[in-house]
Design a protein around this ligand. Sequence first.
Ligand code: AMP
Ligand code: MG
Length: 401
Amino acid sequence: MLTPAQAETLIEQHLACLPIESLPLTQAAGAVLRENIYAERDQPPFDRVAMDGIALSTAGATTNQGRLRVASMQAAGDPPHTLGDGSSCIEIMTGAMLPQGCDAVVPVEVIDRQGDVAQIADPARKSLTPWQNVHRRGSDCRQGALLLAAGTKLSAPEVAIAAGAGMARVRVSAQPMIVVISTGNELVEPGEVIEPHQVRRSNAYGITASLRQHGFTRVADDHVRDDEADLTERLGFHLRTHDVLILSGGVSMGKLDLVPRVLEKLGVAMVFHHIAQRPGKPMWFGVSQTGPSVFALPGNPVSTLVCLSRYVLPALRAAMGQASTESARIALTAPFEVKAPLAFYLPVKLRSDDWGRTSAEPKPTNGSGDFTALAGTDGFVELPPGPNTFPKGFVARFFRW
Ligand code: AMP
Ligand code: MG
């Protein structure tokens, strides 16, 4: 049986990169960049005044004991004025270009202004230094510098940077068309009357919530009974209309676990079935000849969510072209015993100690059906196969829900 790492590699190898689309910057938050973005100009693009006050020549102001005639006023956005001589200054606003002939700015707070004469207070006059309160041209970065690399996920700073580089639109990964499909005759929609022998259809809601929370917006939802004809018809339709199918249930060994057989009949080539892990061992993954990838997750609710976060979300991020980040590693706050020779996914709650160090408090469930125990957990850690007792402080890979 495959290890989780082998399963992860196989998924990566079989996943196609999503197409590129161009989006207006206002719609690009959360998208993954598929082009590099370079600095349009030096940053700042000119010697930028960093305080409201007066712009002057330090040599001139020193000679004149800090008493200067205010020759003009220049606001941010005005073309630069020129300083006539060292005995004068120019009233200036934050964000303005430093006037020609000036080499420093003295803030308004230390100036006594009488009509068109400005007197700089003594301590400020004595400490006057060239380029004070001036953000020098190119001191942040140079024109042409790489600001954002392809693969960057755009959040607020990156969107602002792209705008600063003059990009009205950006080339990003198109959102995949995803469909979440639950299977099972026993499942009943929330809000509908339920009989004692029936079960609420909760997985599809959990999966959809996770996808939305992680920025996937094109998510459809369907439910199919454990019936070969129905499955064939519905899955056939979804394979024609979506990029990614995420199924839950119907992949175990039962007589009515029809999903793998139907998928293969529909031309979805199996890449693997079963991973040496608990929960989630029966997971199935395949790729259709026509393109879409199919993640068929086990139906037990804890297994479903674990497999989604462990395999599907990283795969979708990779398909979007998102640069992979080092996965978090976190220490356990208490020992935990793994009995079976399978990788074990242990739900955890993150805790911060007095030093701000994060560790993971085990929150084991009562088996893979016990999803109520997941309330308040942040994700899970992956523990190596047992039998073994992992001590307090054991550092494991952490996956967030
Ligand atoms: P299966 O993988 O289809 O054998 O399902 C395993 C267990 O998970 C069964 O107890 C199912 O009732 C339950 N289950 C399957 N799908 C869902 C779902 N969408 N929501 C909640 N429970 C489910
Ligand atoms: Mg089932």
